[in-house]
Design a protein around this ligand. Structure first.
Ligand code: NAD
Ligand code: WQD
Length: 342
């Protein structure tokens, strides 16, 4: 394995990690996936193998277990790490903050400490648009001030960004890129991998596809009295394959020593605000079905609107979202149908 062309992917069995593994392998990288299956299954790794036709080294490791993680650093030579491994349910993080601070921060600190110890220079960190909160200006650029976090989950992202910035500043051998994802949706066009939430989905699109599949009776639209054109919230829904390609562009930038300084941040979105009702209508149109839904009260904690200014990623990474919302929502439904055997 060429060290420069090998990437350790923590949380690589997860939704975004599995799609990113595929894009990296198809671009000629070797990946090593580390995951503890706390929110994923081995079927995702099998999906990556099926799509790419390549064997993928997989290690069942909890990244909070530093000794076990150290053995991975001893076993494999790699220059770059993409750190996805984290819990991501905002509501659960309010009920059990320690679960989130422990997992998300300890795993992150272990990764960075071992990178420093083993002189593995490049880390790509999964941050989130949640750091912007209810922003003062829209669309948000990377310079838009972050708002105080409204959940322990969001706080772990802000804290990890700050820790990474400080480590890049102080340690000569650490280079970091934080990608702030907006709302990732959809699935791989092969329908071999996709999002597989456990229990009742928190996010809109899995709830939509499960409702279409008859698993949920009716979709609740959380509020239609927002100050937006149709009264429902606006978000920037980014296709998961496009998102995976942004990781590829960022890794390419790191391994070819093209970074501007030691720590960079990029928004990863489409730049297009889409309302909840627009998303539902598009889902119905492209998949030729009707979705039962009702308007209910606002969900506490939801911001009215957030979408990305993507100029920096477009210009500096040479990356742009390509799939249309319709294509993405079609892929989400194809995936749901395959999972449910419909
Ligand atoms: P996911 O839950 O599908 O993937 C995370 C993976 O990490 C899972 O496979 C899980 O089993 C694994 N994991 C968690 N803790 C671990 C640990 N201690 N050791 C080993 N493996 C562990 O989530 P995702 O949607 O693919 O998100 C990936 C990353 O992107 C997360 O950091 C998340 O916070 C961030 N993010 C996600 C979204 C989103 O809406 N999906 C948006 C912004 C940022
Ligand atoms: C989208 C829109 C809801 C479900 C979350 C996290 C964020 C990031 C991405 C990780 C909102 C509405 C939803 C439903 C609905 N994750 N909705 N009925 O809240 O924008 O972002 O995921 O970093 O941190 O907060 O995404 O998919 O939950 O909601 O009407 O059943 O859909 O009100 O307007 P959100 P979401």
């Amino acid at each position: 394995m060429d060290r420069k062309k090998t990437v350790l992917i923590s949380g690589g069995a997860g939704y975004i990690g599995s799609h990113t593994s595929v894009e990296l392998i198809e671009a000629g990288y070797d990946v090593v996936i580390v995951d503890n299956f706390s929110n994923s299954e081995k079927g995702a790794v099998e999906g990556v193998v099926k799509i790419t036709g390549r064997e993928v080294p997989f290690e069942l490791v909890d990244t909070c277990d530093k000794d076990a993680l150290r053995r991975i650093f001893e076993k494999y030579e790699f220059d770059s790490v993409i750190h996805f491994a984290a819990y991501k349910a905002v509501g659960e993080s309010m009920e059990d903050p320690l679960k989130y601070y422990s997992n998300n921060l300890v795993s992150f600190l272990n990764i960075v400490a071992l990178m420093k110890e083993f002189k593995r220079p490049n880390i790509l960190f999964s941050s989130s648009a949640t750091v912007y909160g209810e922003a003062d200006e829209l669309p948000v650029t990377e310079e838009t001030p972050r708002q105080p976090a409204t959940s322990p989950y969001g706080n772990t992202k802000q804290m990890a960004e700050d820790i990474l910035r400080d480590c890049c500043r102080s340690y000569v051998d650490i280079y970091g890129i934080a990608l702030r994802y907006f709302n990732p949706i959809g699935a791989h066009p092969s329908a071999m991998i996709g999002e597989l939430p456990r229990g009742i989905p928190n996010n809109l699109v899995p709830f939509v596809t499960q409702t279409a599949a008859g698993i949920r009776e009716c979709l609740s639209v959380f509020g239609n009295d927002y100050d937006t054109p149709d009264g429902t919230c606006l978000r920037d829904y980014i296709d998961v394959v496009d998102l995976a390609k942004a990781h590829l562009a960022a890794v390419n930038r790191m391994v070819s020593d093209k970074m501007d300084g030691k720590y960079e941040i990029f928004n990863v979105g489409t730049g297009n605000p889409v309302s909840v009702l627009e998303l539902l209508t598009t889902f119905e149109d492209v998949n030729n079905l009707k979705l039962p839904y009702k308007i209910v009260d606002r969900r506490p904690g939801d911001v009215t609107a957030v979408w990305a200014d993507t100029a920096k990623a477009n210009e500096v990474l040479g990356w742009k979202a390509e799939r249309t919302l319709g294509e993405t929502l079609k892929s989400a439904w194809e995936w749901e149908k395959r999972v449910r055997g419909l």
